[in-house]
Write a protein that binds this ligand. Sequence first.
Ligand code: TRP
Ligand code: SF4
Length: 404
Amino acid sequence: MDQSSQTSRVLSGMRPTGRLHLGHYHGVLKNWIELQHQHECFFFVADWHALTTHYDDPSLIPTSIWDMVIDWLAAGVDHKSSTLFVQSLVPEHAELHLLLSMITPLGWLERVPSYKDQQEKLKEKDLATYGFLGYPLLQSADILIYRAAHVPVGEDQVAHVELTREIARRFNHIYGREPGFEEKAEAARKKMGKKAAKQFDQLRRAYQEQGDTEALATGHELLEKQQNISVDERERLLGYLEGSGRLILTEPQPLLTKASKMPGLDGQKMSKSYANTLSLREDLTDVENMIKRMPTDTNRVRRNDPGDPDKCPVWQFHQVYSDESTKQWVQEGCRSAGIGCLDCKGPVIEAVVAELKPIQTRAAEFEAQPELVRQIIREGSERARDVARETMREVRQSMSLDLS
Ligand code: TRP
Ligand code: SF4
């Protein structure tokens, strides 16, 4: 990993939902697998988040955690390239959540769109709880504690990353104004060496006096390159550059994951609640049968009735899995009744089976070694904790909580 990846850390989390399906694979995991080679990545199981809605029956959470982690690993999320951990094994998240709660206006939480939406949707549950209202703030703590620059999320989570940015800004504004800030920043500036110090000065003036945002970006790059200054000093200089106080917490950017094109067996979005999923560990004979039973264009009652792929969920699968010539074969064959629906499903079955086979082989290996999976999570959680502890040290210090 190159040096710049240190400053573009990626963090994302998933609630423990148990075994994952092809929708998760195409919508989230493939993206994680790509990111883990480009950035320093932290991926975690958000088990406390599950409690915000399932506090009345937590008994299934542990199994769901291990099932989900096995699927991550089987899909190719690599514990050697990225840090994989479980939220509750890094209790520092809870401490940061508590401290952030002190500065979070209630209105900010009440107007997060998911708050009312979810309460409406999950009417059978009593979600008028403190934990449920605070759940986006817990998510902010999850992100800020790793000073993540990028948070890969779906559309529904963007508002939570936006809240996180506001919280970071408010925190830095209130607690970044340490006594002697200017003197300390000046000392750090000099430590960079004559040339860099002079350049920093020019960039700072260009930004603060003329609002030159390019100068700000160049200033960020300049600071990232410096080897002679500590993490604390870099944060101080970042704040000095921008004219705020010291930047203790980093404002993250959402990394919007394209909505998964993976349809369910009925053509709606693949989701457990629609009972239209193909799970990653589905028996391969069952996979074949499930695809054979998929509904097709209802106009094709008899073999020689022509059809329209646009009215058929199988066509959506071809769009995910098939090359151009196969897709052309489907278009022509369907519209002319030259092929039957079972013929048409053949290449889809082959492609899905080919995709799942290596995943299932790896899943079986991990299933056979539960102790290895636990070990991976224990080690990942320790690595995550080291980073979280370091952030908390600075957070406590800036909030006058450093009593040692
Ligand atoms: N709230 C997210 C979800 O429901 C899961 C999550 C928790 C998360 N903490 C996070 C995602 C931090 C990204 C970053 O899907
Ligand atoms: Fe659907 Fe293919 Fe049958 Fe056309 S031929 S209706 S695309 S399954």
